[in-house]
Every structure is written in C-alpha cells, then in structure tokens.
Design a protein around this ligand. Sequence first.
Ligand code: NIG
Ligand code: FE
Length: 414
Amino acid sequence: MKQGNIIIKNATQLVTCSGFSAKKGKDMADLSIIENGAVIITNGIITYVGKDANCPPLSDFPEHTVVDATGKAVLPGFIDSHTHFIFGGYREEEFSWRMRGDSYMSIMERGGGIHNTMTATRNASFDELKEAGRRRLDKMLAMGVTTVEGKSGYGMDKATELKQLEVMKALNEEHPVDIVSTFMGAHATPKEYKGREDDFLDYLISEVMPEVRKQGLAECCDIFCEKNVFDIEQSRRYLTAAKKLGFKLKIHADEIVTLGGAELATELGALSADHLLQASDKGIEDLANSNTVATLLPCTAFSLKEHYARGRYMIDAGCAVALASDLNPGSSFTNSIPLLFALACIYMQLSPEEAVTALTINSAAAVGKADTTGSIDVGKQGDIIILEYPSYKFLPYHIGMNIVKKTIKNGVLY
Ligand code: NIG
Ligand code: FE
C-alpha cells in the first residue's frame, strides 16, 4: 500500500481524538482539539501533531506535499466498524414489502432476507463480487472512511465463505481503504441444514473456521445471536471455539429480542457487541464494566422503523459507544456517514463530540486497531480527513450532506 508524505498547515480546528484505546462515558466528549494546528506525515506515519506556530520549517521537508487547511476542520479518518459490504444481488422487492408492513424477520423466515442474498452470493463470481466491493469502497473513501470492517456470512458453505473473504483480501491489497475481515458463517442456518442448527454450527466449527484461520483470511469472528437464529448457548459454543483458534470476537446482540447477547459479549471478552436495540439494563451495566465496545447502528433502526438503541443511556452508564453503518442489502442498504451522524445525534441524543469519538477512536477499538488508527497521534497511520467547514459540529448539523473535502490515507491524498 502507498505511503505518502504530507504536511497539513493552518488547520483552523485540529480534532485529534487523541488516545490509544476506546473512550468510555464522559471521556467520549473529549476531542483534544488544537486550534491553528499542523500535522506532518512521513512515509505514511504521523510524525508531528501540534500548533502550526511550533511546526518545524517547511524547508526541512522538501519531499512533502503541503496542504493548507485555513478555515477547515481536520479529523482522523472515520472507521466503519460493522458492514457486510461484499454481497451478491439486491433486495429492493423486500424493501417495498417492508414499507407495506412486512417484518424483517418474517421475510427471512419465509426464505427471503439473508437466504435471498446467500443464493445470489453463491451464484456471483469472484470478479463480480470484487468489482461491486471496489465501487462501495470508493464511495466510503469519498465520505472519509479510511478503515472498514467487512463480514462474510452470505455463503454459509465453505467455498462461498472463503470466496467472500478472499475478495476482501484482494481488495485490501489493491484499495487504499484498510479492510478488517470478519468470519460470520453463523449468519443464518442455510436451507440444507434447516432445523439442524447445531449440526450446522458443528460444520462451521470443525470445517470452515479452522480453514479460515489457517489461511489468515479473517481477524474476527461474529454470529447473529437472535431469537429463531442462534440462541445464547449456541452463540457461546461457536464464539468459544473461535476464541480458541485465536479470532477476536464480535456479536450481533439483542437486536430484535432481549436475549442476553450483551452479557455474553462481555463474558467472552469480545471486541464489540453490536446493534443492542433491546439490550437490558444489566447488559448495559456489564458493557460499562468491560472493555467491550457497544457498537450502535442507527441506520438499521431507521431502515427497519425500529426504536433506536439507547445511546444516551449507554454513555451515561459509562459504556464506550461506537457507531457503524451496518451496510448490507437488507436491513441497512446505506453506508452514509452523514446520515449516521444525523441519526446518532438527533435520535440517540449523542452530542456531536460523542458521535465523532464513536466514529474514530472507539470504532478503531471495536476492530482492534486503536493502536494504529482512529486518532491523530504521533506514530499512528496518516489517516486523516479535511472538512469543508471550520468545525466538526457541521457533521451532524449539515444533515445528510457529505462535507468531507479531502481524505488522506497513509499520507496519500485522495
Ligand atoms: O446486521 N442482523 C443480521 N445481519 C445483518 C443483516 C443482514 C441482511 O439482512 O442481509 C444486520 O442487520
Ligand atoms: Fe450486521
């Protein structure tokens, strides 16, 4: 991957989000802002962060591109820590059905939903998936996303799960956006295993998971822990097996029914528990007392016309909250960062400061990368965005509009 040399001068507001781990509770409001700031990136790595007035002279850096950020806010690149961006086909008919009153789960139980996308993904070629994935990554970069997490889970057989993960590996090598891959074979039970969920999990645990690990195709492992999908006991078994193999854990938890997914995530030391629309008070308390990030996906609640997760309550309780798009062809066919900001602030009562933390250092922690990205700190990757306005406060305020003017990834300007 290309590593560039850049100096950003005169940033009206340099929002560093400084830190090397997730911020919890009240700390989420601390953005560590430097007024009239400067940043130097050398060979892709940040080497100076501070006041412009104290910045070493430009004559010391003849190889560096100089970017003037007068009148602009400069922030860390965003991290979209929960997506399913590699998939075949679309589900526009199901969207229409849902608008007429059908529920997401009833469509899935009739063989649509995830099953529909599974068939399309099994039928798609490697190149088709890759080209669609590349187009989606280009849009992410334009909205300031410099790292994205992507899940398998539309194959539910060995060959297709590996195909999805191999597509992400190839894109990670070619595209500037960094991809953190997650194996999510346990996304639903495919029709060939209908009624035999435990046999399907045995198959994933004994035949697919070890192969994914052996080939180094995924860093994390995830499961859809939900009523009529995989219960708590099944989720514990699957995630424990994954942990033994060295995967970091994530979990689709308490999305539609309160099952105790948040509690399970903390019990197993997961990186994150995601969705949490129906998380119990006890689950939230457990999250607050753990290092597991509560990842909230308000675009999904919006799209499914569900109540939003209790973001304000979670932060007040002391949780580390992250925000992510959940981009997928069913429950959230959007990865609009501007929409995410607006929904988080307007409907979950996050402050603009908390929303910025949730999309930078906390989402970096949710993918296990808080040591290398998610903030503007010396030693981290040069992953930075420049807004067309002088303050981060425009991010939720300019509703639905992309105000990212430039994205810098590993010190290269895009
Ligand atoms: O996070 N809830 C389960 N999985 C995805 C949706 C996948 C799909 O509908 O294709 C989610 O919302
Ligand atoms: Fe998801």
